[in-house]
Write a protein that binds this ligand. Structure first.
Ligand SMILES: [Zn+2]
Length: 86
């Protein structure tokens, strides 16, 4: 049995579907197998997840009445700092 192999580029293309849980089981397994063997894609996935979580959080906070709106500059500054830290 030959292992289905995924290139990093394919991996990145599947990333969004993976995070939205819309990958089919087979593709998901292949994707996850690639992640276990490829540190680059894991790092990419982590930073991608962190960025989307941060954006979502900023958006939710902006929607809420209890908290003052998050200035766009602050969000950008946080994102820039995260990128630099890697
Ligand atoms: Zn990779």
């Amino acid at each position: 049995m030959t292992e289905p192999r995924l290139t990093c580029r394919e991996c990145v293309e599947f990333l969004m579907d993976y995070l939205e849980n819309s990958l089919s089981g087979e593709v998901r397994v292949t994707f996850e197998r690639h992640l276990t063997a490829c540190a680059n894609c894991v790092r990419y996935l982590e930073s991608y997840k962190a960025t989307t979580t941060l954006c979502k959080k900023a958006f939710e906070e902006r929607e809420g009445d209890r908290l003052p709106p998050v200035p766009e500059e602050l969000v950008q500054a946080i994102l820039a700092a995260r990128l630099k830290a890697q």
